[in-house]
Design a binder for this molecule. Structure first.
Ligand code: PSV
Ligand code: MN
Length: 388
C-alpha cells in the first residue's frame, strides 16, 4: 500500500483537462437554457478554464473544438492560455455539423465530402503544430439509420483510407485518439461504435493511434473498467472523456451518477500503471452543463475525478493480493469496498492546503466574485453555445 506522501504526490501529478465547450451554453434538443456570464469566444472560455485550474490546481489544460474555438492565430491563443497559467490540450475536429455530413464524413459515399472531412482533420493537425497540442481527438458521427442505407464494409474501407492519411500527417510527438460511441446520431449502425472497432483501427494504424474512452458512450451494463484494463495492458488507452450517465450519453458531471464505477475505473488505472506520465493516459472531461452553473460544475467534476483516484490509490494492494492468492473472494472484495468507503476528503483538503489552494475549491470560487465579474463584464456579443 502507498504511504500518504506517495498518494499525495500521485494526486498532484494527475491532470484533468477541461473541455472548452463545457463553458458555453448547452441543452437538449428541446431547449437550451441560456445563462449569464457565458464566454463569447475562445479567449473567454480559456479564462474560465484558467479559473477552474486556479481553484483546483490540477486542471492545467483545456481542450479546444474546431470550429467552435476558431481564431485567426492559434499560436496567439496558446500564448494567451499560457499567460493565464494554462495550456491548450487536445484539438477536437468537428466533422458532424455541416449539411454535407448528412450521410457521414470520412465514410460518406461521396468522395468530395470525404475529402472535405479529411482536409479538416489535417487542418486540425496544423492547429496542433501552432498550439503545441499533442492529441488529435477524433469522434465521428458517421453511421447508418437503416439497413441497406450504405455498405457497412465499404464504409470501413473509406474509414481505413481516411485515418491512414491523417495518421501519416502526425508529427513524432503527436497522437490520434479515436473515440467510439455506440449510437447517436446514427441509430442502426455507427461506423466506430465500440472500443473493439477503435482498437482494431488503431492497431492497423500504428502506435500513435490510441483509443479514447468516453464513459457515456456505452450500452447500459457495459463493464467499462474491464475494457480500460485491456486497453491499458496493450498500451492503447489514449485517454478518457469523463462524464456520467444515467441512460445514454447524458454528459452529466463525472462521478455524479455512479461514483463506484468511476472508482473501479480508476482502480484499474492505478494498478495498470495508467497514472504514470509515460503511460500517456489523458484524463479529459467531456460534459454539458445544461441547467447548472458551468464553472462550479467543472470544479466539482475535477474534484470527483481526484476523489475516485485517491480512493483507488489507497487500496491495500498487499491485502488484496493475499486475498486473491488465497481464493478469499469476500476478503478481496472487502479490500476494494473498504477503500471506496473511506472518506478521502480530509486528505484532499490537506493536499490542497499544501498546494497553496483553498481546501474547499467550490466555496472559494463562490467567494472569489468571479461569477459576478463575468456576468457584469460579458454583456453583448453572442454567448458561446454548443455549435458556436
Ligand atoms: C460526442 O458525443 C462527443 O462525446 C465527442 O467527444 C464530441 O466531440 C463531443 O461529444 C461534443 O460535445
Ligand atoms: Mn466525448
Amino acid at each position: 500500500m502507498l504511504d500518504q506522501a506517495a498518494v499525495k504526490t500521485a494526486l498532484r501529478n494527475q491532470h484533468v483537462e477541461t473541455p472548452s465547450w463545457a463553458f458555453g451554453n448547452s441543452g437538449t434538443r428541446f431547449k437550451v437554457f441560456a445563462q449569464q456570464g457565458i464566454p463569447r469566444d475562445a479567449h473567454e472560455k480559456i479564462q474560465d478554464a484558467a479559473t477552474v485550474h486556479r481553484f483546483t490546481g490540477v486542471a492545467p489544460t483545456v481542450a479546444i473544438h474546431i470550429p467552435w474555438d476558431k481564431v485567426d492565430d492559434y499560436a496567439e491563443l496558446a500564448q494567451y492560455a499560457r499567460d493565464l497559467g494554462v495550456g491548450l490540450g487536445a484539438v477536437n475536429p468537428n466533422v458532424f455539423q455541416d449539411d454535407d455530413y448528412r450521410l457521414g464524413s470520412v465514410c460518406n459515399p461521396d468522395p468530395a465530402v470525404r475529402r472535405k472531412a479529411i482536409d479538416h482533420l489535417l487542418e486540425c493537425i496544423d492547429i496542433m503544430d501552432a498550439t503545441g497540442s499533442k492529441d488529435l481527438s477524433i469522434w465521428l458521427a458517421d453511421g447508418l439509420n437503416y439497413p441497406g442505407q450504405d455498405s457497412i464494409a465499404a464504409r470501413q474501407d473509406r474509414l481505413d483510407e481516411a485515418l491512414k492519411i491523417v495518421y501519416d500527417r502526425l508529427g513524432d510527438d503527436q497522437r490520434m485518439l479515436l473515440e467510439y460511441k455506440f449510437f447517436e446520431p446514427a441509430f442502426y449502425a455507427t461506423d466506430v461504435p465500440d472500443w473493439g472497432t477503435s482498437y482494431m483501427h488503431c492497431v492497423e494504424l500504428g502506435p500513435k493511434a490510441q483509443v479514447l474512452v468516453d464513459t457515456g458512450h456505452h450500452a447500459p451494463g457495459t463493464n467499462i473498467e474491464f475494457l480500460v484494463a485491456l486497453l491499458l495492458r496493450k498500451s492503447r488507452l489514449g485517454g478518457f472523456h469523463f462524464n456520467s450517465r444515467f441512460y445514454a450519453d447524458d454528459d452529466l458531471m463525472v462521478g455524479a451518477a455512479d461514483p463506484y464505477q468511476l472508482f473501479r475505473i480508476m482502480t484499474e488505472i492505478v494498478s495498470g500503471g495508467g497514472l504514470a506520465k509515460e503511460s500517456g493516459v489523458a484524463f479529459m472531461l467531456d460534459q454539458c452543463h445544461n441547467i447548472e452553473a458551468k464553472i462550479p460544475a467543472l470544479i466539482r467534476s475535477v474534484m470527483n475525478v481526484q476523489e475516485a483516484t485517491a480512493k483507488a490509490l489507497i487500496v491495500d494492494t498487499d491485502a488484496l493480493k493475499k486475498a486473491q492468492q488465497d481464493g478469499d473472494v469476500l476478503g478481496a472484495n472487502a479490500v476494494i469496498s473498504d477503500a471506496f468507503a473511506t472518506d478521502i476528503r480530509p486528505m484532499l483538503a490537506e493536499l490542497r492546503t499544501e498546494m497553496g489552494l483553498d481546501p474547499d475549491p467550490i466555496a472559494a470560487y463562490h467567494r472569489s466574485g468571479y461569477a459576478e465579474k463575468i456576468v457584469a463584464e460579458r454583456v453583448g456579443g453572442n454567448a458561446a453555445g454548443w455549435g458556436a
